[in-house]
Structure formats: C-alpha cells, structure tokens
Design a protein. Sequence first.
Length: 546
Amino acid sequence: MTDFDVIISGYGPTGAVAANLLGQRGVRVLVVEPSRAVYDIPRAVHFDGEVMRIFQSLGLAEAIEAVSGTASHLAFVNAWGWTLRSADVSEAPRTQGWPVGNFFNQPLLEERLRGGAARFETVEVRLGARLDGFAQDDEGVDARISRLDVGGAATGVETVRARYLLGCDGAGSPTRREAGIELEDLHCHEPWLVCDLILDDDVDFRRDALQICDPRRPTTLVPCEGQHVRWEFMQMPGDDPARLEDPETARAMMAPHMHHLAPGLTADRGRLIRGKVYTFHSLVAHDFRAGRAFLLGDAAHQTPPFLGQGMCAGIRDAYNLCWKLHGVLEGRFRDDLLDSYTSERRSHAMRVVRDAVRAGAIIQTRSRSRALLRDAFLLFGRLFPRLAPEVGWAPRWSLGPGLWEDAEAPSWESAHGHPIDQPEIRTAAGQSVRLDELLGDGFAVLGLGVAPKTLLDDSGRAAAQRLEVRCLHVSSDEDGDVADGTGALADWSARYGPARVVILRPDRQVYGVYDAASDAALGARLSAALVSLDERVSGEGLSSAS
C-alpha cells in the first residue's frame, strides 16, 4: 500500500507543471518544496509557443498570457551598433497556436501554476519540506522527507511511500545525487552578470530583444513583461564579481545601450531589483531514469540561456513523462514505456544544449579578429539570405528514438518526433477553436479529408477502443466533424506527408502518418498501426529502437 502514487521533489515551474498534469488525471500526488514561498526574483524570462501550448493543455494559457509579453524583433548587433541579423517576431508563423517568443515574470508565472495545481484534490503540497533521500524496491519508493522550520533547519523526518518519484529539484538535485546518476559535461561554463531593471511606469520603450556582440563585453538585452528589462553582461578576465554586482557598476554597463530601448533614455530610470553573477553551465544527465525515480528540468540538464530554452526543456520533460506515467499507474501501459522518457528526452535536451553552446560561442567571442569575421559573415547573410541561415524564433529539435511508428530515430525533416501544428479549426456549430481543444488528453487519429472510423477493420477498432483513441474527421469544407478553414493542416500534410491519416500521442507528438492509393489500403495500414501501437504500450512492449 502506498501513501501516494507520485512524489514530486521541487515546486518550481517544472514541478508545478508536473503536478498540474498528474492532478488533472486524478493521480495522487505529494509535492515537497523546501522554500515556503515563491522565490520573488525573476530567473527564467522566456518560453516558446510549444510551451504555451502545454499551458493551454492545463487550462492556464489565458492566465499566463496575462503576465507575459512578446518581443517585436530579435536582432544581433555588433560593437558599432550595426544590425548584423534580425527577425521580425510578428511575422513568425504561429504553428503551435501561440506566439513563438513569450517573455514573462517568473514569480507571477509560478503563482499561476501553483494556483492551477490547487484545483485538484488529489494534489497535496507541503512547503517547508525537503527530500533527504529515498530507497526503492520493485513496488515503490520510500522517501525520507524532513520538515523544516522558517530558518531551514530540520525539525522532524518521516518516510512516505509512493509508486514513483519525480526529481524536479534543480541543478543540485537530491534525487539525482541519491540515484547516483552522473552528468555529462559539454564544456561551457561562463560567468555572466544577470540584472533585472524595472523601468519607471512613464517610460515607453521598444520591445526588441538584442544580442549585443561586442568583444569588449558581450551583452544581452531582453524586454520582458510590463516594464521589466533583463540585462546580461559577460564577466571578462580580471573582473571582480563583487564589483560587477554593485548597482552603480551595473547601471554604468547599461548606460551605453539604453538608446536601444528609447532615444535619450538614461540608466538611472528605473529600479534595479537584482544584479548577480551566475555561471551558465552545459550539463546533461547520463540517464533520466533510475528505477522508479526520474529526473526533470535542471536536475536532468542545464543549458546556457542563449536560446531561451532552459525552463522550456523542463516543462517539455513533464509533458513527455506524465501521460506515460498515468497510463502505467492505471495498468493500461507497460512499465517499460517509461524507458522512452530517457531515450526521447535526453536526445532532445542534448541537441538543445549543444545548439545553445554554439550560439554562445558566436555571442561570447572576445577576439576582435574573430568578431570581425563573425560580423562579416552575418552581414553577408543579411545581404544574401539564401546563402546563410536566417535568424529564427522557432527552431525544431526532434525527440530521440522511442514510441514512434517508424523504427528510425526521428529527424529534423520528419513529422514524427515533433508536435503537429495547432491551427484554428471550425466546428460544426460554427465555432473557431484551437485544434487541441478537440483532441482530448489521450491518443487521437486525425483523418484529413477522410473519416478514420470508417476505415478501420475489426482488429483496428478493437485496438482503438483499448487505447481510448479519439477519431476526428477534418475536412476542407463542412463534410467532416470539423473544418480546416484556413488550410493549415493541409499545408502541414503537404510538408510532412503526404498524409491522409495521422496518429497523435497524448502529448500531441506525431506517432505516424499514413497514405495509400485506396481507402481499403489506407484502412489496412491504419488498423495495423493501431494494433502495433496497442501491443507496444500495453502488450509486447517497445521495440528495440527505444
């Protein structure tokens, strides 16, 4: 007998998203967090459209949108103020149904995530409580949890039993340490001064996010929500970190760049709420699972901030793991499905961290000669965009091998290993809704111009019933269950298909796409795919590819 189904150690954004995902599925959850209140200083400042789509799945998108903002442009600027490359964010396709770049206040975000978890009676939160170790057996985990006084001293210890443990407990993760999981070092450890400036209410300023590639001191400027501006300054050889953290020093470093926000704006306008030197790391855990314990967020991977993917990666971890965990807890899925969490997410995290390290190498160049070559290359690309990659706000990183119809590991060009686009869909009642609102929280089959239910044979129907699949006929007119009025799904099919039928996982990832010359052949392919999927998650287990 267990006290809980899942214990979550850590109640930052990753732990709070996991609590919401499990709570809305009725899973018995205990969250333990040493701090008694949300940390009141912003840390992460960016999330992308895919993460907002995850917030949408929690029913929290509008609440979080209210404490978020979007940038106007993303630009790389050199030491002379020349724009090397830029991207107009307003023109970026909203393939996930939301803006591709969102900037936010982390304390307000966490309050809304915690408020979301409070909706669920099955979620218990203990603040002022710390995971001090655990032991596990074939049936569950025994976690040692200390109660802490307001000063952080332990006042008592109890053992709580659960079936699984999620370590969302940060870079110094007690879960990772107790599990004995080592970190792989990607060799980027750079100290930067991170400052948060709250401009005066009467200051109107541009919303351009800038990477200022000055070899004398690389600098990042990011307008966030409201009057909040994030500044990051690279620590240079010979710098005294304590002096850098002095408010006068921080404002002096801001002064030459304030004109990017508004002409004539000076660095004394506003309240400096934080100036602290942090070392950005590039680390990925060798495994994200140790028996019944899992690592999520910074416990599993740490990335430099140059792509704005640190918090995003942790929230994607939770979205990938929690639907699988729920199915296993219900007895519908095999436990070895949980192994795909590491194989899918570690590969993805590794790509993100490596790309962030590469981006950092461009931004952090201290050599004047290398900076000149970099500037020339980026300017050349601006003049001849077909010959150099464009600056983008929505990079695609495929997940690793795991639960996919194709035995091959997903690639950048493939449909599977990536979420399907989320356009506005018109219902039979004439309402316009985002696609995910029609898919439920389980597996789904989309028929693009065809009714998928009518294609299935007896074995396919039985597999669909066991998997609790939701079938949806999407047409270009009024003949289906819903209409693809904008043609966005047809465009998606043309890019990654051609596809007449798509199987989607509960996390909106594309499991497989199918086409055939005749409806009979298509029905046979779809039925066989559903039977295979059913066997892999609940019958014969995952293939060796995972």
